[in-house]
Structure formats: structure tokens, C-alpha cells
Design a protein around this ligand. Structure first.
Ligand code: SF4
Ligand code: SF4
Length: 419
């Protein structure tokens, strides 16, 4: 990634510390992805993007900024991409998934904060992530308490807009959320200088829906008994989708899905017949957090479905393109995301039940990041649901550090063997 040094310098990054991050990433990519056998050819695209994750896309974003476009950094799938796109803005994910950034976050946050928040704050304050440096505006949301408060630190020297996400899903909450989206649209118009017309909003809805359909097409290929792609590769595809241009993302995913459908027809599987099929649920897995998928898939299992918001949860729901009241359609679609920050969160249970059937799941592994209260508490209900369905379930709490990998591998190996 040395070709990008002058770009990183211009972004005001801490080059010395960033070098340390650049040294560990290739080894991690090699260990987790390149050691797999019989991968789909289509993964070449994502291998290239991840190998130059701080180079290729940041460079593109800067080129677009020179043309006058604004970049919005987001942290959660409740923020509606359609509104930003309709004003010719660009969306990029900002969630931190690396242990490298955690100490920087711990320097200013309580140690007991969830690693995702600590890493995001560490990436920003340590000046080692180009995406945090490039974004013209950060868009936060009132989801969990840790994030809500961290935005006060993250927004110190970057314009920050916070969307007030309802905590419940009553009729009045949906109306409030619609108002909140309308207010956000006005802010985006003001910030970009571009009016959001009905036509532009409809076009943006179509683009984002096409991206979701393409992601879901890849996902759905994993329902087949013949598994044409590993969980690790599917996760990487999902994680990169938060950073990529949505049109290109849809093209690349559709190309990959074509290949996967051919593989299924030809009986080309990435795992031996009889490999146990695991569904992973729980907190989000931000890039480059591949820890659990890697452990499961090197302990005799295959992750066939990943339910959380960096998995299928947010990709399988479309905004109604025929709706007359567009903002209501956007509001309804986004509040359908079954996140544990909502109470009650019935949607997650319904979704899990359906996914377990459709993906022919043998066992469910819940992976929650340490100190995530909302998901931690919800394990009670998820456990009850799986008991009722008669599906083996295991709940784990972990962080980004590698220290517990051996222990997790032993526990997961034992769980998979019992299935
Ligand atoms: S888990 Fe919930 S709050 Fe966190 S990023 Fe996903 S949707 Fe947003
Ligand atoms: S994992 Fe939990 S604690 Fe961490 S940011 Fe998401 S909802 Fe908040």
C-alpha cells in the first residue's frame, strides 16, 4: 500500500502508527482468507479491495470530493443511505473492527465500553484510518448508550449529525422516525447544496435496493446443500459493501452470485459433505473482525448464515419502490431492522426462526461483543426461542483480542462435534 503514502500524509494521518497497522493486515488476510481452498474466482475482487483497504477506496472518495461531492461517514444500518445518495452524497462505513484501535479508545473511554466503540474512537483519535479523515460529516444515531455518548467525542472536530432512532416500534414511533428522516434530508440538502427531489430519491431507492438484492443473491446461494462459498468470504463481501460504491457493489455481487449458482449446479462445494451448518447471530462484525467465522470454519463447521446487521438482517429488506409516500416507506423499512436496541425486538426472533429453516441450520452460535448490554440481555430470549425450536445453541462473549482464540476454538469444536 506504499503508493498511497502521500495521500495519507495529506489526510493528516499518523504515518508511523499507520505503518504498524499496515504490517499486520496482510498476515491476517493471508491467514483467514488465502489459506482456504477452492474459493470462487469472484472473490479476487474482494481480496484486492481488502489488501489495499486504506488505498483504493479512499483514493476514489478523494477524487469524488474534488468534483464537489460530500462524503458521509456512518456507524449503523439505521442511517438511510437513500437520502444521502439522493443529494449526490457518498456513504462510507466507519465502524472499527480491529484490536489495533482499542487502546486508543481506552485512553479516553471506560475500559468496560464495547470494543466496537473503543476501536471507532481509537481509529479517529489516533489518526490511523483514512475513512475517518476523509468523511466531511459523521452521521451518528441514538441507538445504544455507548455509541450515543461516544459521538460527543467523535464529533469534536468534524461536523456531526445525530439521528434520533426510536427505541420502540409503536405507530407514533414510526411517525417520529419519518419526521427524523425528513429533518436529516433537509440537513443533507443544506450540507451538499443539492436539492433532494422525488425523482432523485426514487432513483436512490432503486440503486440501494439493487445492491441489497445482489447481496441477498449471494447469501441465498448458501441455502443450498452444496455450499459454494465459505462464511468467511461471504462476511468479507458484506463488510466491504459498507464502503463500496453501491452500483459497483451490486455488479460485483451479481457476478459472484452467477458463479455461485453455477457451482451449485455443478456440485462444487467449499466443504466436505456432512459439514455442520452454523448460523451466527449477535452483535455486528466490523472489518477486519473475522475472528469467530475463522474459528468456526477451522473447527469443523461452516457458517452458512450470518443474521446480524453486518449480515443478512439489513440486506434482505427493501424500501417499497411503488409507495406513494416515499418517506413513510423509508421509515417503515429501516424500523424493520431487528436490532436489540429496540424494545421489544420481536423481529429478530421471527427472522431467526425463518433463517434456521431456510438455511438448514444445525446449530446457532450467538457472538456478542463484551459489554454490549442490549444483545447480552437478549440472549435470554434467544436461548428460549432455540430451546422451543429444538435447535442447539451456544452463546459467547468476546472482544477483538486474539488471547481467547484457543479457548473459543475448544468450546466451538466441542459444540460442533455434538451437533
Ligand atoms: S447492532 Fe443495532 S445499533 Fe449496532 S450497528 Fe447494528 S443496527 Fe446499529
Ligand atoms: S455492539 Fe452493542 S454496545 Fe457495541 S456499539 Fe453495537 S449495540 Fe452498542
Amino acid at each position: 500500500m506504499s503508493d498511497y503514502v502521500s495521500m495519507w500524509k495529506d489526510l493528516g494521518m499518523d504515518l508511523e502508527r499507520h505503518d504498524l497497522l499496515c504490517q499486520v493486515l496482510p498476515t491476517a488476510v493471508g491467514d483467514v482468507f488465502l489459506t482456504q481452498e477452492n474459493r470462487p474466482k469472484g472473490m479476487d475482487f474482494w481480496d484486492l479491495v481488502i489488501s489495499e483497504v486504506h488505498g483504493i477506496r479512499p483514493k476514489e472518495l478523494i477524487e469524488e470530493q474534488k468534483k464537489g461531492r460530500k462524503v458521509f461517514g456512518t456507524f449503523c444500518v439505521y442511517v438511510p443511505d437513500e437520502v444521502i445518495l439522493a443529494a449526490n452524497g457518498i456513504v462510507t462505513g466507519l465502524c472499527g473492527g480491529s484490536q489495533f484501535w482499542v487502546p486508543g479508545g481506552e485512553a479516553v473511554l471506560p475500559k468496560s465500553t464495547c470494543p466496537l466503540i473503543k476501536a471507532s474512537v481509537g481509529a479517529r483519535l489516533g489518526r490511523t484510518c483514512p475513512f475517518f479523515r476523509i468523511a466531511d460529516m459523521y452521521v451518528g444515531e441514538t441507538t445504544c448508550d455507548g455509541k450515543k455518548k461516544a459521538y460527543e467525542i467523535l464529533g469534536e472536530d468534524v461536523p456531526m449529525y445525530i439521528m434520533d432512532v426510536p427505541q420502540m416500534k409503536r405507530e407514533k414511533d414510526i411517525l417520529k422516525w419519518k419526521d427524523e428522516i425528513a429533518a436529516f434530508a433537509r440537513k443533507v440538502e443544506e450540507f451538499t447544496g443539492n436539492a433532494i427531489t422525488v425523482e432523485k430519491l426514487n432513483e436512490a431507492i432503486r440503486i440501494v435496493n439493487e445492491k441489497r438484492k445482489a447481496l441477498a443473491r449471494v447469501y441465498n446461494c448458501r441455502k443450498a446443500a452444496c455450499l459454494p462459498i465459505s462464511g468467511r468470504d461471504a462476511l468479507l463481501m458484506m463488510q466491504i459493501s459498507f464502503f463500496d460504491d453501491p452500483v459497483r457493489c451490486a455488479q460485483m455481487c451479481n457476478k459472484l452470485a452467477d458463479e455461485l449458482e453455477q457451482r451449485i449446479a455443478g456440485g462444487v462445494s467449499v466443504v466436505p459433505a456432512g459439514t455442520k451448518r452454523i448460523l451466527v447471530t449477535g452483535t455486528p462484525l466490523a472489518v477486519p473482525n473475522w475472528k469467530l467465522h475463522n474459528i468456526i470454519e477451522t473447527s469443523g463447521g461452516a457458517v452458512v448464515c450470518f443474521e446480524n446487521c453486518s449480515g443478512i438482517k439489513a440486506a434482505c429488506q427493501m424500501v417499497d419502490e411503488q409507495a406513494e409516500d416515499i418517506l413513510s416507506a423509508i421509515a417503515a423499512r429501516y424500523l424493520e431492522i431487528g436490532c436489540a436496541v429496540l424494545s421489544p425486538n420481536r423481529r429478530r426472533r421471527e427472522h431467526l426462526k425463518r433463517l434456521i429453516e431456510e438455511f438448514h441450520v444445525d446449530g446457532v452460535v450467538e457472538v456478542d461483543l463484551q459489554s454490549c448490554t442490549t444483545y447480552g440481555v437478549e440472549t435470554y430470549e434467544i436461548q428460549a426461542l432455540l430451546r422451543e425450536l429444538g435447535v442447539p445453541y451456544m452463546a459467547l462473549e468476546t472482544d477483538y483480542a486474539q488471547g481467547d482464540c484457543g479457548q473459543l476454538s475448544t468450546r466451538l469444536g466441542a459444540f460442533i462435534e455434538r451437533l
